[in-house]
Design a protein around this ligand. Structure first.
Ligand SMILES: *Cc1c(COP(=O)(O)O)cnc(C)c1O
Length: 462
């Protein structure tokens, strides 16, 4: 299996090479050259299988020669052993025909652990075999950073720098990034928004000299291996609700479009997904685009669902590549218009997007009201991101097709917002109960490329 760039001007790579490089050298994102399909029988055979067994069958065709079967099985087993729930992604019922997929039982309490724990294993295996080291730099709206540090801390062949927007992440998120003691992980608080952090990260990747000097690697959701890991739980959830013989819809609290793009891949592989519903907070660029075709950047508005405070959804480029018939030139044109503020999706491409995706936007008041309502009437304490999903799902669910809303984080990760809405302060699970006592270590950095590069050079272990 080979991978191509959405901008059509970077070399084709294997799974392992695409994983280790992150962003393509032409600024594009890697996608599989073709999407493998599972037959109806192959999907049906997964009924009753463990999460790890499904993960192996779903991911195997994308990985090619990069890992053999036994290695892949071992890495999957190691990745999910640290989860606090044996089924990894349990499904609970909220209402008739409406289910919640709990993706917050990993070590840092957000769905990011599903991908990050696995790619920590993949990186360690691949780099160990090659005798190489890399510098991972990541931008985070809160949860990616903590998940990455947890997955990579203490590993010999990786140095990790995580950029988060100063003052714009929750205290639990910040502490999960600033308290690991291992010397190979570094938290950098940037004076700016998540979009600024992500833009500086892209600048670093596009500075090819710096990229080669520090052997830069990326674990943001632009990394294809992360998307792939997330495809698995769409299968486990749909199969437990009757797929392949029954279609299922999913509602996904969305920021960078990584999680919902994994759903799109599951559908492309043959999983019967009826609709993929994009749920946004007041930072609604995706909702506006899917409604009107205009993808226009606005200002990032801080919200009580900070992991979705994003205006530029990187992975959207991947689905655009498909609906523009994989024309790298067309994507280069759109992305250069985006640098000047935005672009309009063509009518044909918009119609194709609207066949698959539906969207909704949720205000701060509606988010709070849903946390209150779900606690009182559904027996479920939701984090603000998950509440946004449940709100939009209620508006788009149809009677016949079951709806699954993804619960992307544990309520204890956002205790202030949850307490304000429900009166309940959700406790941290026991394994991290001393988080508030641990000492913090962080470097404050300006929103400036060369200053950031200097901090990275200085702090790398020699
Ligand atoms: C990252 C994150 C999201 C958004 O996911 P994307 O893949 O960026 O769309 C939603 N909720 C939580 C809790 C997150 O951490």
């Amino acid at each position: 299996m080979q991978y191509v760039s959405t901008r059509g001007q970077a070399p084709e790579l294997s799974f392992e090479e695409a994983m280790l490089s992150g962003l393509a050298r032409d600024g594009g994102l890697y996608v599989p050259k073709s999407i493998p399909r599972l037959s109806k029988d192959e999907i049906a055979a997964l009924e009753g299988a463990s999460y790890e067994e499904v993960a192996f069958v779903v991911m195997r065709p994308f990985i090619g020669d990069s890992f053999d079967d036994a290695t892949l099985k071992r890495l999957i087993a190691a990745a999910y052993g640290s989860f606090g729930h044996n089924v990894r992604a349990p499904l609970v019922q909220l209402a008739p025909g409406h289910f919640l997929l709990e993706l917050f039982h990993g070590p840092t309490l957000a769905f990011k652990d599903f991908a990050m724990q696995l790619i920590g294993q993949f990186f360690q295996e691949a780099l160990g075999r090659r005798g190489e080291r890399v510098t991972i730099v990541g931008a985070t709206s809160g949860d990616t950073g903590s998940a990455a540090m947890e997955a990579f801390r203490g590993l010999d062949n990786v140095e990790v720098f995580i950029l988060y927007p100063h003052g714009r992440v929750s205290e639990v998120q910040r502490r999960q990034m600033t308290t690991p003691k291992e010397e190979n992980v570094h938290a950098l608080a940037i004076d700016g928004t998540f979009d600024d952090a992500q833009a500086r990260l892209k600048d670093m990747f596009n500075d090819l000299e710096f990229r080669d000097e520090v052997r830069l690697a990326g674990v943001n959701s632009i990394n294809w291996a992360r998307v792939l890991a997330q495809v698995v739980y769409y299968f486990t959830a749909a199969i437990s609700l009757g797929a392949p013989n029954r279609a299922v819809s999913f509602t996904v609290p969305t920021g960078n479009f990584g999680d919902i793009f994994a759903g799109y891949i599951a559908k492309s592989m043959g999983l019967p997904i009826h609709k993929l519903v994009v749920a946004t907070n007041q930072n609604d660029i995706l909702h506006r685009c899917l409604s009107t075709g205009a993808y226009q950047k606005g200002d990032v508005l801080p919200s009580i669902s900070p992991s979705m405070d994003i205006q530029v959804s990187s992975n959207f480029e991947r689905v655009l590549f498909d609906v523009y018939d994989r024309d790298g030139g067309a994507i280069r044109q759109l992305m250069s218009e985006l640098n000047d503020g935005g672009f309009s999706v063509s009518q044909g491409a918009l119609e194709r997007l609207q066949e698959i995706f539906v969207s909704g936007r949720v205000s701060e008041e509606e988010t709070q009201a849903m946390i209150t309502h779900a606690n009182a009437n559904m027996g479920e304490l939701l984090c603000p991101h998950s509440a946004i999903g449940v709100h939009v799902a209620e508006a788009h669910g149809s009677g016949t097709v079951p709806m699954v809303t993804l619960a992307t984080a544990h309520p204890a990760k956002f205790p202030d917002a949850v307490e304000a809405a429900s009166g309940i302060r959700p406790p941290l699970p026991n394994r991290m109960a001393d988080l508030y006592e641990r000492s913090e270590r962080v470097t404050r950095v300006p929103n400036d490329l060369s200053a950031l590069q200097a901090v990275i050079r200085e702090n790398m272990r020699k």
